[in-house]
Design a protein. Structure first.
Length: 529
């Protein structure tokens, strides 16, 4: 049982076993709540058995079942009644997500009752949660359409980063400082920036509650809260990041360490990992590997370095058209590939990495490997305050229509970027294409028009296979190729220097001075006919 602590007296988990009840009792739990219908999957422990064994251990058990995405107001009311006088509560479902959602819904209901429709601390036409690429570009695009809008951006961060540049930092091409700006310098003019964190959403009241207790009211809400890098999901990883040869281009302060390791490695074992999807920029773990190998090859070191790529997935890249070009570089660099291998533990001082996989007999097993350099891509989820909100689907992502990006339940809410459940690649290029869609649809909603701007699932992953060449993967929903340039100018399925120039020289200024300023070059929204 993997127990997630929500508060001092409330925790959640996946399906429990009878022996887990002993553990819960020993930890002081007095109430167990099951949020799963019986018979949801084969072999599921019936609630009656849980309740009977809990009673033997002097614990109370309540059954408040609902299917994923089908929580009702009566479920929330029953849950509030159950926890009212309980001291220490543990709830479970198939993954723990429903139990988190019903807790959040109960808190929202109680907060709403406390507020009792009192005046909010501030009122805005549009509130944008998250001042990353998606949030800022949406606000800027909205202001291009309606300059008089009263817009508020909520984000506690001091800095804003051009994260696609971190791959090149780790490859010795960019300096890390050039990928950072002060947040205050990139917030669009004529908007309000609240440097605060969101605690919860009150969508029935059109309000957002901040961690400092403020209540912010909105007419329209945009959720662009990004993604959570779950470093702690890998045992021992957080304790060794940035030392012992363990690094990651997924963090600003670690990408320079990647380059330091690459430059100084003369021989030994270099290991690169990729976790289960979804992750942002699914090609980034490979990019780190290819750039490292390119440096070692050109400096006559690769012959003394054993390179391995451990991928939790089953294929090298999710869009088959780009795989042949990537496989040619796997062969060129003599990389040993290991698929369906998921990094679960790192022992930094002893330079050991442990991967969960399935052996030839179909049994789960853990394999161990040594390393001199380990580049890690962490598993990723929606941020906690999002996953525990009433806005998400059963998997914990904000639930929107994949074309209009409008919330499926709350029609004055939109979401885009990494935090939404649209089935596209989570890339900055996707956010660049989504922002004008959200801006246009909100502008139309304000004017009382039918929303008709649609997102086609476009995503782009410039796969940096060597210094000076990139495979420019561009595709839409379903893996359909969607190239920006004609094939005679740039064949995206092959490595080209033109794509490298685009990545190194054109995209950074395009980002800072175009996308974040609301310029919609190449991404004017398509309108539904």
């Amino acid at each position: 049982m993997l127990r997630k602590i929500i508060t001092d007296n409330y925790s959640v988990s996946e399906q429990i076993r009878l022996e887990d009840i002993d553990t819960l009792a020993a930890s002081g739990v007095t109430l167990i709540i099951c949020n799963r219908p019986d018979g949801e999957e084969e072999g599921q422990l019936p609630f009656s058995e849980v309740a009977a064994y809990a009673k033997e251990k002097n614990l109370h058990a309540e059954h408040i079942p609902f299917a994923g995405g089908q929580m009702t107001a009566s479920d929330v009311t029953a849950f509030q009644a159950a926890i009212k006088n309980a001291d220490n509560i543990h709830a479970y479902c198939r993954t723990g997500n429903r139990s988190s959602q019903i807790w959040q819904a109960a808190q929202e209901s109680m907060a709403s009752a406390t507020i009792n429709n009192s005046k909010a601390d501030a009122q805005y036409d549009v509130v944008v949660v998250g001042a990353g690429s998606a949030g800022i570009s949406t606000a800027a695009s909205l202001l291009k359409r309606k300059p008089g809008l009263k817009i508020c951006l909520i984000d506690p961060a001091d800095s804003h980063f051009y994260q696609p540049g971190w791959t090149l930092v780790g490859g010795g091409v960019f300096k890390a400082a050039n990928t950072r700006r002060n947040m205050a310098d990139v917030i669009p003019a004529h908007t309000t920036w609240l440097k605060e964190a969101v605690q919860t959403f009150l969508p029935n009241d059109n309000q957002v509650m901040l961690e400092n207790g403020q209540i912010i009211a909105y007419q329209y809400l945009v959720v662009a809260a990004g993604i959570k890098l779950n470093w702690d999901a890998i045992e021992g990883l957080s304790d060794t990041l940035g030392r012992n040869g363990v690094t990651s281009n997924y963090r600003y302060n670690l990408a320079p360490y990647t380059w330091e390791l690459v430059k100084n490695l003369k021989g030994g074992k270099a290991v690169f990992s990729q976790p289960p999807m979804p992750i942002k920029c699914a090609g980034a773990p490979q990019k780190a590997m290819y750039l490292s190998c390119d440096h070692w090859l050109k400096n006559d070191k690769l012959k003394d370095i054993h390179v391995s790529f451990y991928n939790a997935g089953a294929v090298l890249f999710g869009v088959a058209d780009y795989v042949p070009a990537l496989e040619s570089y796997i062969q060129k660099y003599q990389v040993n590939t290991h698929f369906t291998h998921n990094l679960v533990k790192v022992d930094g001082p002893n330079k050991r990495a442990y991967f969960a996989t399935i052996n030839k007999d179909g049994e789960k097993t853990i394999i161990e490997t040594e390393f001199d350099m380990l580049h890690v891509c962490p598993p990723q989820t929606a941020p906690d305050f999002i996953r525990n909100s009433p806005l998400v689907d059963a998997a914990g992502w904000v639930d929107v229509d994949k074309e209009t990006l409008q919330h499926t339940q709350f029609k004055n809410i939109w979401s885009l970027g990494d935090v939404s459940n649209t089935p596209n690649a989570k890339t900055m290029a996707a956010a660049r294409k989504q922002a004008p869609v959200v801006a246009q649809n909100i502008a139309d909603a304000i004017d009382g028009k039918t929303i008709s701007a649609i997102y086609d699932g476009y995503g782009s992953c410039p796969l940096t296979v060597e210094r000076g060449k990139i495979v420019l993967a561009e595709f839409s929903y379903g893996g359909k190729l969607l190239p920006t340039f004609p094939k005679w100018l740039n064949d995206g399925t092959k490595p080209t220097y033109l794509a490298w120039m685009l990545k190194e020289d054109l995209l950074p200024p395009f980002y800072w001075h175009g996308m974040l300023k609301g310029h919609e070059w190449f991404v004017k929204p398509t309108m539904r006919k």
